[in-house]
Design a protein around this ligand. Sequence first.
Ligand code: DX5
Ligand code: ZN
Length: 217
Amino acid sequence: MPYVLAPSILSADFANLQRDVEMLNNSEADWLHVDIMDGVFVPNISFGFPVVKAIQKHAKKPLDVHLMIVDPDRYLSAFRDAGANILSVHLEACIHLHRTLQGIKALGMQAGVAINPHTPIESLSEIIADIDLVCVMSVNPGFGGQKFIENTYRKVKTLREMIRAGGSHAKIEIDGGVSMDNAAALLQAGADVLVAGNTVFSAKDPVKMISELKSIG
Ligand code: DX5
Ligand code: ZN
């Protein structure tokens, strides 16, 4: 079954952003994963609206925007205007998650929920039918190039069953530490979307690496 591969711009060369976005346009990548960090929800700051707009200006593929920020409700329309097609908020950052998801959909975007490694996947059981994408964090959010957390497989299997039982159409995305070593097992466990930052951008030939990752599916 073909799956969605979403290289993460966080690992791109920001001094050559247009070049790297065009590289992704001309590759087998399906989406561009765009990580937004506020230095509060996570211990790192990435980039904001002007950079997302610059990415969108050159991107020919959907922008999958992952918000690692507190109080994301304040910025939903700004991210839509900056070009987000899929917008994911963190479960841990939302007091009224159901309301936030309705807000994202009302703006015409697909609504995603990202979940930290320590958060039980069961926390999504009451809301699974309202979610378009579940972003299962397989590292602690904040940085690229971290080590994959093995417990992710168990979470993905439980989530796959929850989606089936709940009549949900949610896609399962894995974010963090994805490589040629674990991609096949993650797809086998039930993942639909793989994010890959370091694996793609530290490769000698990123287009070839994308092609190799895609050939696993
Ligand atoms: C981590 C980010 C990830 C990151 C993945 O907080 O959400 O999207 O870019 O990078 P790798 O694939 O290098 O772990
Ligand atoms: Zn991410």
